[in-house]
Design a protein around this ligand. Structure first.
Ligand code: 5AD
Ligand code: FES
Length: 351
């Protein structure tokens, strides 16, 4: 096991069988070893800085029907909303004054948010706050659409691949959704020039170490700028309501591995991780993550953007969320910085 961990740290990659072995044979000692090395390489690149992004959930209206997701179109219990461009702009103003220098506009695949609407919003943010980065997380769109939004000033795009195994993808999504198209989207985003984020859920139904090995191999090859991983958490109004949730332990183990695969990657300690354990985000940072994404959405809609049950931070004001995370990170020896938090390119080009 130790020689495998050393090999991973040195080569930034392993074979599929080796990844699978690393997962299947994990022990507390192996987790500690991986975390220590992950924290060391992260410290070399980013010191004790934790980057933050203000998350604005712009719409929970979605044309898709992903089986795991609480805002899937078949969920008739979901109380739908969309923010107006003015409301989004107000969130950004508040976020800027709280010290955010990256804004993530995330939403379901809602036809209202055409290229024109998004481009208008992005242009306005970039004009008013040229020192900020804008990240979009709006699902699958055409090459032309991604290009137009990039040309309007968007810097980054998050599109989790969800699983790198095509058969597994088919079990998590309805037949009309395509694994190949999702992968094509990620390639297009990269080609256009975005900083690109992929990612997956840990412990999603039908996932085994074989699927996870494919996720790790994909990350090794794609070298995303960002990688969002968090535990699967069942939502009561989905067909996966009775499925088991993912674990903190495996999520943190994988965070450490991903840090060693791609040292400069921007790796969030996700809200889902904070949802299944009161200190989930702290544990994520201690395992090698270096980003947190507090909620900037208006309090009135937060409960409605419920991708999974019992999501945290749905009752807090943005300012409370911000200072809560500041304190949490300080308590474990890290500092949230006022910075766009771009990937350290020099480090990226060397790997
Ligand atoms: N549990 C955990 N994560 C989920 N997501 C969607 N539904 C769930 C769930 N039930 C994640 C998906 C999506 C991201 C926005 O949220 O990975 O890409
Ligand atoms: Fe939202 Fe702690 S981060 S209240």
């Amino acid at each position: 096991m130790l020689s495998l961990i050393e090999k991973l740290e040195k080569n930034h990659g392993l074979s599929l069988d080796e990844y699978k072995y690393l997962i299947d044979n994990r022990t507390d000692a192996a987790a500690e070893e991986l975390a220590a090395r992950a924290v060391k390489v992260r410290r070399e690149i980013y010191g004790n800085a934790v980057f933050t992004r203000g998350l604005i959930e712009i719409s929970n209206i979605c044309k898709n029907d992903c089986v795991y997701c609480g805002i899937r179109r078949s969920n008739t219990n979901c109380d739908r909303y969309r923010l107006t461009p003015q409301e989004i702009s107000d969130c950004v103003d508040e976020g800027y004054s709280l010290g955010f220098r990256t804004f993530v506009l995330q939403g379901g695949e809602d036809g209202y948010f055409s290229d024109d609407v998004i481009c208008g919003i992005v242009r306005e943010i970039k004009k008013k706050y040229p020192d900020c980065a804008v990240t979009l997380s709006l699902g699958e769109r055409s090459y032309e659409s991604y290009k137009r939004m990039y040309d309007a000033g968007a810097d980054r795009y998050l599109l989790r691949h969800e699983t790198a195994d095509k058969a597994h993808y088919g079990k998590l999504h309805p037949a009309e959704m395509s694994f190949d198209n999702r992968m094509e989207c990620l390639k297009n985003l990269r080609e256009i020039g975005y900083q690109v984020g992929c990612g997956f859920m840990v412990g999603s139904p039908y996932q085994t170490s074989a699927e996870l090995a494919h996720d790790l191999k994909f990350i090794e090859e794609f070298k995303p700028d960002m990688c969002g991983i968090g535990p699967f958490v069942p939502h009561k109004d989905t067909p996966f309501a009775a499925e088991a949730q993912g674990t903190v332990e495996l999520t943190c183990y994988l965070l450490s591995i991903i840090r060693l695969i791609h040292p400069p990657v921007l790796l969030p300690a996700t809200t889902a991780l904070g949802t299944i354990h009161p200190l989930g985000r702290e544990l994520g940072i201690k395992a090698g993550a270096n980003v947190v994404m507090p909620n900037l959405s208006p309090v009135a809609v937060r409960k409605k953007y419920e991708l999974y049950d019992n999501k945290i931070c749905t009752g807090e004001e943005s300012a409370q969320c911000r200072s809560c995370l500041d304190n949490r990170m300080k308590s474990i020896g890290y500092e949230i910085v006022i910075d766009r938090g771009d990937i350290k390119k020099e480090a990226r080009d060397n790997v």
